[in-house]
Design a protein around this ligand. Sequence first.
Ligand SMILES: *[C@@H]1O[C@H](CO)[C@@H](O)[C@H](O)[C@H]1NC(C)=O
Length: 392
Amino acid sequence: MNNIIKTILLIVVSIQLVNCLTVSQEASSSIEEIVASYGYPIEKHSVLTTDGYILTVHRIPFGKNGKTSNNKPILLQHGLCDSSFTWIFNLPGYGLGYILADQGYDVWMINFRGNAYSLGHTKFTDKDSAFWDFSFDQLGLYDTPNTIDYILRQTGATKCAIVGHSQGNQAAWISFLRVAGFSNKVSYVAALAPISTITNMRNDFFNVMAELHVDGALVGLGFQRFLPKPSTLRKEFILYCGLCKRCCATGIEMLVGPHNGPFNDTRNPVISGHEPAGTSLKNMQHFSQIKRNKKFQMFDYGKDNQKMYKQSSPPVYDLTKLPNNLNLAFFYGKEDVLSTTTDVQILINQLPKGVLKHSQLVDNYAHIDFVWSLDANTLIYSKIIEQLKVYH
Ligand SMILES: *[C@@H]1O[C@H](CO)[C@@H](O)[C@H](O)[C@H]1NC(C)=O
């Protein structure tokens, strides 16, 4: 056979091989399998934190068009009970992980300690209570800065950009405030549904938890992990979905409120297979505390604050002290019941002068729309790409 025809046949065959997972197969496939099925390179890295956790960080080193000269690293940080899955849930052209890779960026997607992908530790297993002894304080203190250091070592780059969703940018605020020199390693932060205080949150689940002190009760009963593996819950979700399509697909929407923007309902089973990815109960407890106390502050140990912090109440994260060399962009939604416009405005008012380069309120967006909506690519991601060209 003629070589040219052979090559064409090979290309056609490999294109078909590449796109071969059905929605239900994707529901039970790994993140690596899903990304590879769309023809993208995917790597799995293990990042060891200073306090012994082993984080799984997924990487799409470049996009469909191969490596470009603009192959700079970007770290994507998921929200509460979410995972790196969130960035590749939508198809190429829609999911931010794919879009940034196709723009020539080197895309790294963290899994914070305690989610389904980051259950490793040098001394403990996820059966040990010591493993679950963390809240978002440690995500900012260790997970984010340790991962950025790892990325800079691997790539030889001097700076990394960050895109954070919800808790993912909250962790970054903590790194900027508590980790010396961190701001010099970060060129730009795009904060989707930014979070600091959550005083005005209108989410029933959290409000009930905070008001009834359910968080403390659960800890008292000896619970450590918040939500089992997604696979354990899958059956319940599918049942729940059959009963109520609108409120469906995922426990994550129960936590953060239902989506409101245009959504690919065909892919609901894929969400049920991967979400929610879990965290520690102590982390949920910390969120309930800051809701009750109306302050963005470190974990409240009650009587033990004196021992932990040498003061009777937990130290407050003072956002007016953020470094003034930051380049931040905020994207927040009018329909977001977790990261409300009132709380985002409070956060914006505290920022040092000049660090906020862009602020955009999206009319119909709820909390999860920033990562899953089908029009986030044109409404938000195109703006992020424009700004990356300026600041990264
Ligand atoms: C929605 O999901 C289905 C199943 O993965 C896919 O075939 C379709 O192209 C998606 N639509 C959009 C607009 O992404």
